[in-house]
Design a protein around this ligand. Sequence first.
Ligand SMILES: *Cc1c(COP(=O)(O)O)cnc(C)c1O
Length: 460
Amino acid sequence: MSTVKRHKVILDEKEMPTRWYNILHDLPTPPPPYLHPATGQPVGPADLLALFPMDLIEQEVTTAQYVDIPPEVLDVYRLWRPSPLYRAHRLEAALGTPARIYYKYEGVSPAGSHKPNTSVPQAFYNAKAGIKKLTTETGAGQWGTSLAFACAQFGLECEVWQVRASYDSKPYRRLMMETFGGVVHPSPSELTAAGRAILAAHPDSPGSLGIAISEAVEVAAQSETTNYALGSVLNHVLLHQTIIGEEALRQLAKIEETPDLIVGCTGGGSNFAGLSFPFLREKLAGRMSPVIRAVEPASCPSLTQGTYAYDFGDTAGMTPLMKMHTLGHDFIPDPIHAGGLRYHGMSPLISHIYESGLIEAVAKKQLECFSAGVLFARTEGIVPAPEPTHALAETVAEALRCKETGEEKVILTALCGHGHLDLPAYGAYLAGEMTDHSYEEAEIRDAVAEALTRLPSIPG
Ligand SMILES: *Cc1c(COP(=O)(O)O)cnc(C)c1O
């Protein structure tokens, strides 16, 4: 008798979670506060009001276990949520593994990634506070696209500084941002003091997320009706992304599975946190015990090679000081194809949880990642964004370990975006023109050590 394989678990709209989960409530110890760079004192709400609306500032610090998702946000979420959870039967078969591999697919969103999960509430709370325009940075263009879409939903203007390397190599992302109504500048730009300073020193600068953040923050800080929106790193962003894990928990419960391993890629940490934090809550409560593993690029290895120290979130040093795993705020990583993972730091919350020993981290080189991405495309039929190919590379490696040991591990991974606008990267890989990175490991270590000599000192 043949049995019909189940490929995906779909939740009904009525089953969509209506609350975000806040892990600050359940951590054994709280993370260190953000500090004011001039005084060395913890940052208060008043310090953040120039950039963020009060609702988001409150979400940044609240220790309530859950935050209700506003009905207006739920209504936009329903355009693509709940997102599907897939069992990767065909990838498993190709690998010959006894492991059961599941992936939560966020590529069904308007931007093709998980980012609208936070851009939509951020635009909503800003519009509610009377703000007229949001500025932001974007790497590969995913976040800029997501914010442009969200601003269009709530009648806000959107101005985006896109890292020069991506601006040049990914023209379709810019067109998508513009289609959603956004205005896009390459970064570094002549429009800001931060951009002009970088260009004066390095006229050919490929840019970095840190530089683009400096530019967007500078512009937002100068106007009462303009705010800034960050696509990752901060607590409120991670909070919004937990809808991913809350859905996945329900989906796995429906088929009576519990994960043994959860794998996600980490740039600033938001898709990884979004999937894993609700499972970490279950783990801390003793209801399951998955290993939770972050995967970062070998050429931007903040968790595995960075220092846990107070640093700026941007290159020019305009943000509060955040204690995080950092490569140094002026570290400029290789222009690898996973533009969304080229951030010098890591979410302070993820960093704290990593220091607490609750999660693991590994680093992967891009050829292994694209090899896994191509295998995934050929078996499962989805071309992954370059970022989640890092998680897929680790998933494949783990599934092959299971093949050796015969372990029937349940692996859950975040397929946080599709790669339809990243096809030139696949083209380079398929043509055999992709290299792992120009830095050798020792050079990375030296570049990091050098950038770390410029960590800010804490006043007071
Ligand atoms: C932005 C982005 C990332 C990196 O950001 P995180 O906050 O670490 O999730 C990863 N994957 C995709 C598809 C992205 O768009």
